[in-house]
Each structure stands twice: as structure tokens, then as C-alpha cells.
Write a protein that binds this ligand. Sequence first.
Ligand SMILES: *Cc1c(COP(=O)(O)O)cnc(C)c1O
Length: 371
Amino acid sequence: MNVPLLDLKAQYQSIKTEIDPVVAEIMESQYFILGPKVKECEEAVAAYSNCSHAIGVSSGTDALLIALMAEGIGAGDEVITTPYTFFATVGSIVRTGATPVFVDIDPVSFNIDPLAIEEKVTDMTKAIIPVHLYGQMADMDPIIEIARKNGIAVIEDGAQAIGAERNGQRAGSVGDYGCFSFFPSKNLGAFGDGGMVVTNDPERAERLEILRAHGSRPKYYHTVIGGNFRLDALQAAVVTVKLSHLDSWTAGRQSNAQRYDRLLGETGLVEKGLVSLPTVIANRHIFNQYVIRVDRRDELRDYLKENSIGCEIYYPVPLHIQECFSYLGLSKGDMPESEKAADTTLALPVYPELSDEQAKYVVDTIASFMS
Ligand SMILES: *Cc1c(COP(=O)(O)O)cnc(C)c1O
């Protein structure tokens, strides 16, 4: 049996009759950049995220960058975030000229530890970027409290968490900005790169819109320096069609996660402490990834791959010890929980189309490795 980490061909086959006519329509119109399809997508994602405004952008990375730019963040400023995330979270901070300040993760949720944030706040802190890793929201209430008290902005990195909820609040609607990615492997993926920033603040929305097109308003008059951060019509149209299926795909991921919990539990490996299951804390975890912890992680990964099972390590090197950030002067031992997670976590296939037999095969293969 073959179990890929993700099966986008199966997803496309299930919505081909809806997608293909929309793509053909765009080809006929030759209207590719922004325009009515992007507006429609923005309205749909804003509503889905419980936000009043959404600005379609070129990627999740650019969503983070443009949000930082809209806050006027640059050289001399500090931005607090987690080292246990995809590179873009921190890459965007550094590209503005600001300095990333790392706070270690909570080992249960894998998200930034809110109790360790306040001691890192200085006069130079301008923003906090919590990341909703694997599809589960960070503990936002204490983060918002610290931010309000200190007059700093909150930019949610929701690239893995569109539609996730915590205490009845949707990802992206809690902070000053929510950033989403439509990279194909995300839960709501386009047919290329794309992203979106959501906000409930009309003034921030306007700044984002101006920055998205080189800071131009009116056209060819520039009061600020922006960039080309535009979303294109094709990606927007694909995302709009897929959004109508997202809740059922999420339900599929959630039931796959529950099935893994049950099947892995039945092997006895969890009881023996050989496998740790993901913990659902927030009340709507959308399972962009189903991540277990094991001790001989690299060996298990190789064994699964030998048995045609897709799996991945998100992420093998925490960002505070990446070579490109060595100028920050941090080293191994500074963020122990992130480092431990990087050594022990493994993501298993959890995509909605995963069958019962495939899930059983994954669990049987893990059990045979452990025995
Ligand atoms: C994917 C991802 C991004 C970047 O999104 P792109 O669309 O690939 O640029 C940022 N942050 C996190 C946590 C991500 O998973």
C-alpha cells in the first residue's frame, strides 16, 4: 500500500466540475490581477474568519511582511515570536529590518508559551506574532492582554489554521491582523502561491491595500513605499470554490485524527510512553498536521518512507539556531522545548481523503517498527 502525506489529485478530482469552468472563465476574460474574483474571495474569507476586512496578497509570507509594514515596523524595533515555526514567520520580521525576539513553546500545544512573553517585552517591542501551529490556535487571551497593556500589535500567523477556533473566536479575528496562506499544501490551498490578511480595523485595512500596490494612491502618487503583493484572479477563484468545501474537509481531517488516536491507543504504544498523541486544547483544531512524538524519530521516519508512507518533520531545526540567524547570538539550549520538539515530532498523513485501510496500515507499520 502507498499512503502519501497529502493527496491533492484526489481533492482536485472531487471538485473538478466546479473549478474547471471558473478557470476557463478567467482565461476568456484575461483579467488576471486583483479585480472582481479577488474581491469575491476577500469577502468570503473575511466572513469565514469573522473579520470585516480582507486583503488578498501574493503569499502567506507576504501577508506577514505587509502586516509588519502596515504597523510601520523596521530597524530598531523588536518583534516577539516563536522559534518553532516555518521560516517565513521570522524571515518576514528580519526583512523589515526589525529584530526577532524568541519565546519558547509550550510543549503540549507546540505554540508560544504566553507566560514567558512578558519578560521579553522592552521599549522596542512593537508586535507579537503568535503562530497557530499545526491548525490549533495559540493561547490568545493572555497574549492580547500583554499586548494591550504595552501598546503593541498582535499579528496572528494563521497560515496553518484558517477556520480554527479557541473560546469561540476564529483564527485571524483575535489580533490586529490575521495572516493566511493559500500555498497548495495548506488546508485551503490555491493552484500556486497566494495569501490573505484579515483585520477588523478599517484604517489598517486601508494601509494594507495601499501597501499591496507599491504604496500608490491615487495611482502613480506614492506617499509610502509598498511592494507588489497582489493576489491574482486565478488563485482567488480557486480559493473561493474550495472555501465552500473547507468545513467538510476539516471534518474529514478531524475524524482522521480521532481514528489515529483510537488506533494508536489500541496498539498500547501510547500507554507504554513510546508514542505521544497530539493534544487538542482549543475547541476547533483543524489538523493541518497530525503530529506525534516518538523517541527514535529519524529511524521511524526512514522506516515509514521505506514502507511507502509519507511523513514529514515540521520542523527539524528551530529558527533560533538557524545559521542565517547566528548574528542574534543564540545557541542550542536557549529554547529547550522547541529543540526537544524538533527532535521528536513527526507528522502523519491526515488529509481528508485518507481511507480506513490506509490509516490502519500507517498505525500497523508504526507498531511493527516499535516491536
Ligand atoms: C506556510 C506558512 C507560512 C508561509 O506561507 P507561504 O504562502 O508559503 O508564503 C508562514 N507561516 C507558517 C506557520 C506557515 O506554515
